[in-house]
Unconditional design. Structure first.
Length: 129
């Protein structure tokens, strides 16, 4: 299973890849980039990184919800949520690398079949031999 990379690991990798930069310089650069992105989204802007993807805000209108403990109706206010859409180059690279990993580690599985070549029906939970 792929590992998750957090901010401190990103900073360490950046410092190792560019030995002329100190860890402190890399930390400052990563913080500045993330802060600039956060500020742009907070102002309602859109961030577009060619080949990587774009970040924008999705509006969620107010709605009725339920308190799970009491079952009482609760109004959930409107809000904006960040949304990421992967760019074409990123999608292609991910699919390319996942295909290589899948071929090397597990048997090929075609759409609509499980690993034993049984046909999947409907939502993929029912199997027909």
């Amino acid at each position: 299973m792929p590992r998750t990379i957090n901010r401190s690991e990103l900073i360490q990798r950046l410092a190792l890849r560019h030995p002329q930069l100190t860890v402190k310089d890399c930390d400052l650069a990563v913080r500045e980039i993330l802060d600039a992105m956060s500020r742009a989204l907070a102002k309602g802007g859109r961030i577009e990184l060619r080949g990587f993807g774009s970040f924008c805000l999705n509006y969620r209108p107010p709605r009725k919800g339920r308190n799970p403990k009491t079952g009482a109706a609760v109004m959930i206010p409107a809000k904006y949520t960040p949304h990421f859409k992967a760019g074409k180059e990123l999608r292609e690279r991910v699919n390319e690398e996942r295909a290589l990993t899948r071929c090397a580690t597990s048997p090929a599985v075609h759409a609509g079949e499980d690993v034993n070549n049984r046909q999947l029906i409907g939502n993929g939970r029912q199997l027909v031999p």
